[in-house]
Design a protein around this ligand. Sequence first.
Ligand SMILES: [Zn+2]
Ligand SMILES: [Zn+2]
Length: 104
Amino acid sequence: MPCYRCGARQTDPVRGASPWQRGVRHETQVLICPDCQRLHDLDLDSCSTCGSSALICRLGEVECRSCGAVRQARSDALTAPAGTPPPGLSAEVEAALNRVLGRA
Ligand SMILES: [Zn+2]
Ligand SMILES: [Zn+2]
């Protein structure tokens, strides 16, 4: 996964932990390269509990790696959950019922 901001490709660290930072932006897991980490306009999502931007996003949840707080990812960033009828279906069902019941 390249840096979300500049598109740089991650290279294997010579030793130790990768200097690349993981974060969450608009409910999406992103990677930030060491150069872009120095900027202050990264526009990352931050923890509502402690303000940290060290978040990980998985399975529709966003977890803070600093304080451990977990919140649901915003639903408007996700596809509709299974089982939710598409818009307009209830109107069709109602129209069909009205036909069956002779109320059309
Ligand atoms: Zn970058
Ligand atoms: Zn936190």
